[in-house]
Design a protein around this ligand. Structure first.
Ligand code: ADP
Ligand code: MG
Length: 727
């Protein structure tokens, strides 16, 4: 009998060697295995007969391998071809660059093929290009004696398809069999963390059934529901995952609230001081948000607030006003930026805003000389510095404050809040925390991603901005673009020209800022360093062209930034290092080369560098080479809208959550079933229920249910995610 915590080496068909392979997929115990859910399903209930196939349809075909061979096109591209047949009717399958399939098929094997049926390119038959396939009728060297029992797993049903593991050695078919066996010998009563009342209320399937049906759908299950994870089985597993996440977050939130913080005073003197530093009239949104922050700061519990505002919405001044409240109360403020360049930028603007009023501002970055760092730390510890600006890592690890009252974290568009600043000496009051982000995210998501933060939103841009005109254009028309840049510079404006890489990279990886050694890149990407020379020597020799990228040393970076800001450079050639926070109002043109290479969020951040003043701004999205349909869509959307909220939603939709959110980085668990975007409704439901549990305000939940939930959280959830400490 298998229990959830049984080690997988004891599952029939696994053993110690395969168990080791599975560890790499983070599968250690039976529960992990059960959560290894199919990533799609195949409808082999009614596999098609080859004779009936029509061009243009997606179909699953079960057939016998007849022959296979590798061909080369004139341009030496390998094409692998396999013919499979049912009786005398055959169908051809082709895989481009299919040399890896060379020894895959043997005549007589039964294969399941899934893909789009098309007319043969030459000839009158049908073919399937690049089908997904699975060899289903062949004895594998598996340690399973009763193979016949598994026959029915492969055809005549909806078949679960798993990601293969161990470099392809553990196939989808292998997982299917192992899971089938494991589910059969699974202990009949699994501990269920969800209380019966909640299961009843939301008609949730029993846990064991949910596992069974998610792996091996019951007859008659809707295929559409399956592939969109909407079956009762999925719903149950997703809800459970989100429910425990939310209970954990809620507990953490309460714990944080219960800590002793600082009640800042907001009297007339402080109010006066906040007003005095304002270089302009704040927008209504800025006023509202500052009020929310000030209210939090007056409370005895530590503030945990997230300030969301699109690029250019004016978050910085609000943060500096909050800083003034803390400073006027006799406390110090730490301002943490994600990069050195951004720290520098904030430092310049903070000095500009605060020093006249007598506040002492200090920059602390890794690139300072050792003895300057040392003296900076001494001043901070003695308390003769009011505001310290630096990078996250630096302030977090190395600095002792005399009396820290407020921590401002500028995340820009990165998520990373979960590892909160560990800044306090033991025993001291918790400082308030204000996190700023330029990623507009839906509220429930924010609540979950940023778990324990309250949210404020700056939903209004400062006045006097003109919309940016954005154009997509092929680099075959680069000449016209450069002419346009020159014309703008002639009217006194400045321009950015952005490249995806610093120099030619050796591989085709779309990794950004990854310097390589090759002179020209294999992928034909234009690179910043090379184009810097081209622009300055050949294309626009009459203009002052500067260069900024991540591999310059810090002094060079600062110098480039400063010269651009002060108008000594007309055109700044750069990589994505400028995407964060750089603020030069006179820059009204941005040319992004290889725009097809950038994601939406990144393009939005980049474009946010222009349109900051009242002059008309232009963004040119230049494409080079082939543009995929998805890239095409991204660029069209960029040209269509400037609304950061819309762009963020679209980005989530296109890229999915895992990648974008950097949830792992943020200390968020990698979900096993749930997808925060797709499952937003269930997330809300889970949140509501979780709050009621923690509040103990659900009359149907007994004390023993409560204990059960907490112990489940401790035993299972924490092992999986290690996120919450349950008190
Ligand atoms: P972000 O939210 O992207 O950090 P910033 O705080 O850098 O935006 O502000 C963008 C620009 O707008 C800055 O140059 C800032 O000085 C200016 N700004 C902010 N608020 C106002 C306002 N109320 N009126 C005029 N300009 C403002
Ligand atoms: Mg900013």
């Amino acid at each position: 009998m298998l229990e959830l915590h049984t080690e997988i080496q004891y599952v029939k068909g696994i053993g110690p060697r395969l168990a080791e392979w599975l560890q790499q997929k983070n599968i250690h115990v039976v529960e992990d295995l059960l959560y290894y859910l199919p990533f799609r399903y195949e409808d082999r209930l009614n596999p098609r007969s080859v004779a009936e196939l029509r061009a243009g349809e997606m179909a699953t075909v079960i057939a016998e391998v007849r022959s296979s061979a590798l061909f080369y096109t004139k341009s030496r591209m390998p094409i692998f071809q396999m013919v499979a047949s049912q009786g005398r009717t055959g169908i051809r399958c082709k895989w481009f660059r299919g040399d890896y399939l060379r020894d895959k098929f043997k005549p007589g094997q039964i294969v399941a093929l899934y893909g789009k049926v098309e007319k043969e390119w030459k000839g009158k038959g049908l073919e399937i290009l690049q089908p997904q396939f699975e060899i289903i009728g062949e004895a594998e060297d598996l340690d399973l004696e009763d193979a016949s029992d598994f026959e029915s797993l492969e055809v005549g049903r909806i078949v679960p398809i798993y990601e293969s593991a161990a470099g392809g050695k553990l196939t989808s078919r292998w997982f299917r069999r192992i899971l089938y066996g494991a589910l059969k010998s699974l202990s009949p009563d699994l501990p269920d963390g969800l209380p019966p009342a909640i299961c009843r209320r939301h008609r949730l399937l029993d846990r064991r059934k949910a596992f069974e049906q998610a792996h091996f759908p019951v007859a008659g299950e809707s295929f559409t529901d399956l592939i969109s994870c909407r079956t009762p089985a999925h719903k149950r597993l997703i809800f459970e995952e989100l429910f425990f996440l939310e209970v954990g977050l809620e507990l953490r939130r309460r714990k944080m609230r219960a800590q002793a913080g600082i009640s800042f005073q907001l009297n007339d003197r402080v109010r006066e001081a906040i007003k005095k530093i304002l270089p302009f009239h704040p927008t209504a949104a800025q006023k509202r948000v500052l009020k929310e922050i000030a209210q939090d700061m007056q409370q005895p519990a530590p503030m945990r607030r997230l300030l969301q505002g699109d690029v250019g919405s004016g978050k910085t001044i609000v943060a500096l006003q909050a800083a003034v409240i803390a400073i006027e109360n006799g406390y110090q403020v730490a301002f943490m930026a994600p990069t050195e360049i951004l720290a520098m930028q904030h430092y310049l603007s903070a000095r500009h805003t605060l020093e006249d009023a007598g506040y002492r501002v200090l920059l602390l970055t890794g690139s300072l000389e050792e003895d300057r760092k040392r003296s900076a730390r001494r001043h901070i510890a003695q308390g003769d510095v009011h505001l310290v600006i630096g990078t996250h890592a630096l302030i977090q690890e190395k600095v002792e404050f005399n009396k820290l009252g407020l921590v401002i974290v500028d995340e820009q568009h990165r998520f990373g809040v979960m590892q909160r600043a560990k800044l306090m000496k033991k025993g001291a009051a918790e400082p308030d925390t204000l996190v700023m982000t330029a990623t507009p995210i839906p509220r429930t998501l924010a609540l979950t991603l940023y778990g324990d933060l309250d949210t404020s939103i700056l939903d209004e841009l400062p006045p006097g901005r003109t919309p940016i005109t954005t154009r997509k254009i092929s680099d075959q028309r680069a000449d016209e673009v450069w002419q346009f840049v020159k014309k703008q510079v002639a009217t006194g404006r400045q321009a950015y020209v952005v490249y995806p890489v610093i120099e030619g990279v050796a591989s085709d990886q779309p990794e950004l800022e990854l310097g390589g050694t090759a002179k020209t890149s294999k992928s034909g990407l234009k690179a910043a360093m090379h184009m810097y020379d081209e622009l300055r020597q050949k294309i626009m020799p009459e203009l002052r062209v500067g260069l900024l990228h991540g591999r310059l040393d810090p002094d060079e970076k600062d110098a480039a930034m400063r010269r651009f800001k002060e108008g000594e450079i007309d055109v700044l050639v750069s990589t994505t290092v400028i995407e964060v926070g750089v603020d030069v109002r006179n820059a009204t043109v941005m040319v992004i080369e290889h725009a097809e290479r950038f994601g939406l969020a990144q393009l939005h951040q980049l474009r946010g560098r222009i349109g900051r003043g009242s002059a008309k701004s232009y963004c040119v999205l230049m494409t080079g080479g082939k543009v995929s349909p998805e890239a095409e869509r991204r660029l069209n959307e960029m040209a269509r809208t400037q609304n950061g909220f819309e762009i963020a939603e679209l980005d989530l939709e296109i890229r999915g959550f895992g990648d974008l959110a950097g949830t792992r980085q943020a200390g968020m668990p990698a979900f096993r079933v749930a997808n925060l975007l797709r499952d937003r409704k269930l997330l809300e439901l889970a949140k509501t229920e979780a709050v009621k549990i923690v509040d103990k305000s659900d009359p149907e939940i007994t004390e023993s249910d409560y204990k059960q939930i907490m112990s489940h959280l401790r035993n299972h959830w924490q092992r999986r995610y290690g996120l919450v400490e349950v008190g």
